[in-house]
Design a protein around this ligand. Structure first.
Ligand code: ADP
Length: 229
């Protein structure tokens, strides 16, 4: 099958990552993933506001996901909507198992993801960028958290759908994971696939995550130098 942008069925879009791009954030990263352009910034650990959210045994991790009005073809209405609130929540859920939150009781770690240009797969690009920003902020993590989707287009399971494929496709299944232990921290799906196709998509998305993981490590090495993993 020929994909609209000429990729093989198990081929990622081209991905570029940069760590430490914002001067006033505690940590930041920029990810270009195909036509997606995403900034992630981290603030904290710091005082919990509002106060009642504080936990005395661990830090609270809050993630905000926002699409700028000019990030999509038809101008998006600015401000939060159901979709962005949901993506913020699942992003926090994808990252939290990896962050050593118990090291920072009574504090808050804030992650802000800004989608400057969207072309499908922005939640995966956002999680990937947020991981780098957390590391850049010096927040201890059990593992990096790469994310990647697989889906079904023209009846075939393929890796990393672009917008055109997402529009014409039958399903999309994003995954985030901690490759060291194989723990999956995000698994969503929209559309329809058979049980076998779902298995195939999960396996394929995990191979994508592992490639993204290597790129994350390379981006951190190019910022901070090599050394032990
Ligand atoms: P993801 O970006 O994680 O794949 P969705 O599957 O919800 O999330 O969205 C797929 C794509 O649809 C987005 O990347 C974006 O290109 C487009 N999109 C999402 N929300 C809007 C919106 N409100 N207006 C226009 N396009 C949108």
């Amino acid at each position: 099958m020929e994909r609209c942008d000429g990729r093989k069925k198990d081929e990622l879009r081209s991905i570029h990552m940069e760590v430490g791009v914002l001067k006033r954030a505690d940590g930041s990263a920029y990810v270009e993933w195909g036509a997606n352009k995403v900034f992630a910034s981290v603030y904290g650990p710091r005082e919990v506001i509002p106060r009642f959210l504080a936990r005395n045994d661990r830090a609270v991790l809050r993630c905000k996901y926002n699409m700028t009005p000019f990030s999509v073809e038809d101008r998006k209405r600015p401000g939060p909507d159901r979709r962005s609130i949901e993506i913020g929540k699942v992003t926090a859920g994808a990252l939290a198992p990896s962050v050593l939150l118990e090291k920072f009781p009574n504090s808050m770690i804030e992650v802000a993801i800004e989608i400057m240009q969207a072309d499908a797969g922005t939640r995966c690009a956002g999680i990937t960028a947020a991981t780098l920003a957390l590391v850049d902020a010096g927040i201890p993590m059990r593992d990096l958290v790469p994310a990647c989707a697989a889906g079904k287009v023209d009846g075939e399971v393929v890796l990393d759908l672009c917008k055109e494929e997402d529009n014409s496709g039958q399903a999309d299944l994003p995954i985030a994971m901690m490759p060291r232990t194989n723990a999956v921290t995000l698994l969503q799906m929209d559309g329809e696939m058979t049980e076998e196709e779902v298995e195939e998509a999960i396996a394929l998305a995990q191979t994508g995550c592992r490639q993204v993981y290597e790129m994350q490590k390379a981006a951190l090495v190019s910022k901070y130098g090599g050394g032990d993993e």
